[in-house]
Design a protein around this ligand. Sequence first.
Ligand SMILES: [Zn+2]
Ligand SMILES: [Zn+2]
Length: 255
Amino acid sequence: MFVDSHAHIQLSEFNQDRDSVLERAVAADVNTILIIGFDLETSISAIEIAENHDNLYATVGMHPHDAKKLTSEILNTFRSKLEHSKVIAVGEIGLDYYRNLSEPEIQKIAFEKQLDLAEELDMPIIIHNRDAYMDILPILEARRGKVRGVLHCFTGDVELMYRSLETGFYIGIGGIVTYPNAKDVQQVAKEIPLDRLLIETDCPWLAPQFRRGKRNEPAYVRVVAEKIADIRDTTINSIGNITTHNFNSLFDINT
Ligand SMILES: [Zn+2]
Ligand SMILES: [Zn+2]
């Protein structure tokens, strides 16, 4: 059994064939999928899809790209959406200094407000980071013991991984681990304590090497598990089982 802990299957890229995509996931033993919202609209559409399927869940949050859109009205709407039984995390939230589509200072304010919300509701958090570990880690360290979650699509080196683990967060590894030049991520996949590992696709983006540049989908999370198993000289099933166990324990899913 496998879990795709980070998928955006609510997007229009899947409008033509969403049911077949979900069937292929089940056929590949990818039985659980967490659909990640990144603004109000995509959070609502994530919930709508999750409502119609047993093993699909949703998150609600404002991505750093759109931090400037986080009004107090939207924050209140998020608070009520987070009460929905299919919504299991706040996210994806964080900092993105690569594209800087919102000012860094505005990103930080939106990040902190949503961390407050997660703390208030005692919910896990999906963290998005790009070129911003130096600011994200101190923020998480300051809230150590009060917040929990996953640093999704981890691309740092081993040193950053060990520092990140000290915040108590899990590390999400995706299709990048299959790219021949992704030495840092492969080293992280090799050294990470297995009880802190999650796997993800971040579909429709970041397809693994064999589909690189094309649309990604939840079934391919298997390819991520396979690569990690290869690197660690273990079986794909053991990676599937441990990451499924980790997912269920972080998000408090009763199986
Ligand atoms: Zn992200
Ligand atoms: Zn994402």
